[in-house]
Design a protein around this ligand. Structure first.
Ligand SMILES: [Fe+2]
Ligand SMILES: [Fe+2]
Length: 409
């Protein structure tokens, strides 16, 4: 990072016209972003060696060194630099290779606003990684998972000017496991659909792009986990808890008549709020088992013990990863602050909804919010401006849960 308030971005493309176009498109951002342009992978490596970059945005197909090679190098040698692919590449096999090493994939041609927002979101993570301890933890994670390929494809389709529910449905339909999972979820009492949904396209039409996107992402992340390891760590209940927290967040945000965008944000953050636990479990299985045991024995909040042992909690770690994958800022904030108060009252209403949804889900499923080390902190409720709402939200979620049980019977 060059200055505290300025981000450094390196753009790489072998086509000078593309670099020129980017220069023009981002001219208005020059005060916020320090931008450098490299005409080849080799030139990019020389720039990266000088250090100080927050993000690299690269084309895929380049002579000499292609985007995959470049990003693999960045992943290994500069793991904290956000890796973004900006490419007109439509060959799915190349796309698949890219998702292993890229955090975000933006399809060319792309509107200036979409691109600026995606980049701004990746760069907004500086707020989180400015914490030296989280930065140190990230450098120990050799294996920060990449965006699931199907999710990348679904997002690219949704962002394309000719997006259609048919095409999104087809993408999901190619993945038999995902199709089964989505249909099972959509037809469960969870979504309360009036009739049976028979194919992924119908699910897309009824649920909307953003909800489907969130379902694909969370189902993929969870299915990538080793089931035996999850069971051994006692994390096998995390998926049902995450889904139910997503549902509570959706129910509350509807009752509060938040905007449609906020409702989907709340659902997305709800189902992904504990994703950091999966990263801990995958990277530090043994020590994470110890941390969870310590928290249980001492009846202390898990996130406090995680912070003592690893320097950051699952909340910050999950928020960081979801930020790299380009999720909306309010989703990232809601994940980051689902256990502790945000630094300022500047966060949107979704953060309060997700904080309450997680705590209420624990309360409603176990009957005791403290059983899992989750507690509702009155100071946080004050800060989030929801102290007077939580009682009503609990009633709403309880009622919804009862209706759901009745419908399932
Ligand atoms: Fe949590
Ligand atoms: Fe949770």
């Amino acid at each position: 990072m060059t200055q505290l308030d300025q981000c450094a971005v390196l753009f790489v493309d072998d086509d000078p016209r593309v670099l020129q176009g980017l220069r023009r498109m981002l001219h208005g951002e020059r005060r916020n972003w320090s931008m450098q342009f490299a005409a080849s992978g080799r030139e990019a490596l020389a720039c990266l060696d000088r250090g100080g970059f927050d993000a690299v945005v690269t084309d895929m197909r380049m002579p000499d060194m292609d985007g995959v090679e470049l990003l693999t190098f960045v992943m290994e040698h500069h793991p904290q630099v956000a890796r973004i692919v900006l490419s007109g590449e439509i060959d799915p096999s190349v796309g698949l290779k890219a998702v292993r090493c890229a955090h975000q994939f933006i399809a060319k041609p792309c509107e200036a606003e979409i691109f600026k927002n995606a980049l701004a979101r990746a760069l907004a993570l500086r707020r989180l990684i400015s914490d030296a301890r989280l930065r140190a933890l990230l450098s120990r994670l050799h294996n920060l998972p990449s965006q699931p390929a199907l999710y990348t494809e679904v997002v690219a389709e949704i962002q394309s000017p000719n997006a259609s529910s048919r095409k999104v449905g087809e993408l999901i339909g190619r993945d038999v496991g995902m199709t089964a999972k989505i249909l099972q979820l959509v037809n469960s009492a969870f979504f309360g659909m009036a009739r049976r949904i028979g194919n992924p396209q119908e699910a897309v039409v009824l649920l909307g792009y953003d909800t489907v996107k969130a379902l694909v992402l969370s189902a993929k992340i969870f299915s990538q986990m080793d089931a035996t390891r999850m069971k051994r760590l006692g994390l096998d209940a995390l998926w049902p808890h995450s889904l139910a927290a997503g549902q509570c967040a959706r129910t509350i945000s509807r009752a509060e008549k938040l905007s449609r965008q906020a409702q989907t944000g709340a659902f997305t953050a709800g189902i992904l709020h504990d994703v950091g636990k999966l990263i801990f479990a995958q990277n530090f299985t043994e020590s994470y088992a110890d941390v969870m045991q310590q928290a249980r024995t001492a009846a202390r909040p898990l996130e406090d013990v995680e912070t003592e042992c690893f320097g950051a909690s699952h909340a910050e770690l999950g928020a960081y990863l979801m930020g790299l994958w380009g999720l909306e800022e309010e989703v990232i904030d809601s994940i980051a602050y689902h256990h502790r108060p945000p630094p300022a009252a500047s966060v949107g209403p979704v953060t309060g909804v997700v904080y309450a949804a997680n705590a209420l889900e624990h309360l409603l499923s176990t009957g005791a919010p403290h059983a899992s080390g989750v507690c509702v902190d009155p100071a946080v409720l004050e800060r989030l401006n929801i102290a007077d709402r939580v009682g009503a939200w609990e009633e709403t979620c309880r009622r919804h849960l009862q209706e759901e049980i009745a419908r399932a019977e």
